[in-house]
Structure formats: structure tokens, C-alpha cells
Design a binder for this molecule. Structure first.
Ligand code: AP5
Length: 229
């Protein structure tokens, strides 16, 4: 039985954080389109050069380009036991394309994480990312500039170039304009659930696992032990 999970939500909702944990606990790949694009930018590849400016403005790269990347990724054998999609789809055409890509597989379990805008801006502005291992750290508190080294590997912590307040607000504007209608597209399905993402990470995890289990049970899928809270 494959758990094919799609994590939806605005920038900073915690999609990546929860997707990472879910994927690790189930031994399935986390497929983050944001990570794939950032790696391409860092490597200086043709793809990276094509998307860098778009990402820095907080806009979306084209449906055609991103769908091609996901189609190729979901064609690899390691997704046979399931996958967690983080950051894709983000528009109705991407969602329609995904339906075509996964036709004939186990149903998509679609989870929307809901968080108020001001909390999103706060989280994203506090985010630091390790340049070496990619770990996310939250630099909340009185002296956020003191958080400079990764606790996992000692690497340098940096701010993502699209995490400035102005770009985050643009990403939110794009989210409400382009992505929110897509969530309505999924909202009519029995395999869709919305969860409260404004709680602490462990509470969000419990809500995520509970929602996935409920959908899987209703869809007649057996849930592996690792999925239980
Ligand atoms: P992407 O990387 O996907 O960015 P995003 O969707 O804006 O999401 P974020 O990574 O900002 O947030 P998240 O929800 O993953 O939250 P996280 O767990 O990190 O995309 C970047 C860009 O790439 C896009 O703008 C676009 O240009 C392009 N792109 C990507 N996919 C595309 C597509 N499909 N189509 C077109 N273009 C595409 O958490 C955020 C912070 O909060 C972290 O510091 C974390 O530690 C903290 N945190 C997490 N959970 C909690 C909690 N419960 N309480 C408190 N803090 C928390």
C-alpha cells in the first residue's frame, strides 16, 4: 500500500517541516519543488539560471516547467511505496497535470495546512537555513542575529533570498491569487483534509497523522504502523 501524500499551504505553513518528518518515518521520498529549484540555482545549471529571478521576486515558475520536473521525478522507482509532495501542485493546471501523472495509482491524500498570514510572515522572517546540510532553524527571540551556526553540522546559517518581508508578502499575494483556487479544486474530494498548522510542530504532526489515517481508512487503504501517532 502506497501513501501518496500532497502537502498544501501558504509559504511558511510548515509543509517542508512536516513533509520531512513524514517521509523519514515512512521511508518514502519527500519531493519538494522548492528544494529542487534552489539546488538548481545553487549549481548554476541552465534550469537554475532560468528560475532564479522568478523565485527571488516571489512569483511562480511556469506550470509547464515545474510539471515536467515532477513528472520525471514521479516516474522513478523509489516512489512505488509512496511519496510526500511539498510545494506542488500550486495552480489548477498543475493539479490537473498531477492527476494525469498519478492516474492508476493509489489515491492522493491531500492535506492543507492553515495558518494566519501574520504568523506566516513571522515564521518566514525568522527562518535560517544551513548552507551545508539544509536544516531549517527558527531564529526567534531577542537576538536573532546571534543564531549563526547549524546545531546539526556546524555549517553557516543563512537567510533564504526570498524570505524578506516584501517578498514574503508577494508570495502570499500569489498564494491567494493562484494557489487558493486550486485548494478549492481538491476540497471537494473525500481524500482531502484541512488541519490547523498554527499549533506547535508536535501538535501539527499529530493532526497530520490523524488526518492521513482517517483518509486512508475511509479509502480502504491499510495504514502501516509508522503512520500512527
Ligand atoms: P517553496 O520552497 O515551496 O516555498 P513555499 O511554498 O513558499 O514554502 P516555504 O518553504 O516558505 O514554507 P513551508 O510551508 O515549507 O514551511 P517550513 O516547514 O519551511 O517555493 C519557493 C519558490 O519556488 C516559490 O516562491 C516559487 O518561485 C518556486 N516554486 C516552488 N514550487 C513551485 C510550483 N509548484 N510552481 C511554481 N513555482 C514553484 O517552515 C517555515 C519556518 O517555520 C521554518 O523556520 C520552520 O522551522 C518554522 N516552523 C515550521 N512549523 C512550525 C510550527 N508549527 N510552529 C512554529 N514554527 C514552525
Amino acid at each position: 500500500m502506497a501513501l501518496n501524500v500532497v502537502m498544501l499551504g501558504p509559504p511558511g505553513a510548515g509543509k517542508g517541516t512536516q513533509a520531512e518528518r513524514f517521509a523519514r518515518e515512512h521511508g518514502i521520498p519527500k519531493i519538494s519543488t522548492g528544494d529542487i529549484l534552489r539546488e538548481a540555482v545553487q549549481s548554476g545549471s541552465e534550469l537554475g539560471r532560468a528560475v532564479e529571478a522568478v523565485m527571488e521576486r516571489g512569483e511562480l515558475v511556469s506550470d509547464e516547467l515545474i510539471t515536467g520536473i515532477v513528472r520525471e521525478r514521479l516516474g522513478r522507482p523509489d516512489v512505488a511505496g509512496g511519496f510526500v509532495l511539498d510545494g506542488f501542485p500550486r495552480t489548477v493546471p498543475q493539479a490537473e497535470a498531477l492527476d494525469g501523472i498519478v492516474a492508476g495509482r493509489h489515491p492522493l491524500i491531500v492535506i492543507e495546512m492553515q495558518v494566519p498570514d501574520e504568523e506566516l510572515v513571522r515564521r518566514v522572517q525568522a527562518r535560517r537555513v544551513c548552507r551545508a546540510c539544509g536544516t531549517n532553524v527558527s531564529a526567534f527571540g531577542s537576538n536573532p542575529s546571534a543564531v549563526v551556526r547549524c546545531e546539526t553540522c556546524g555549517g553557516e546559517l543563512v537567510t533564504r533570498s526570498d524570505d524578506t518581508e516584501a517578498v514574503v508578502r508577494e508570495r502570499l499575494r500569489v498564494y491567494w491569487r493562484d494557489t487558493r483556487p486550486m485548494i478549492e479544486y481538491y476540497g471537494r474530494r473525500p481524500t482531502f483534509r484541512a488541519i490547523d498548522g498554527a499549533q506547535g510542530p508536535d501538535e501539527v504532526w499529530q493532526a497530520l497523522v490523524g488526518a492521513v489515517m482517517a483518509v486512508a481508512a475511509e479509502a480502504g487503504l491499510s495504514v502501516p504502523p509508522g503512520a500512527r501517532p
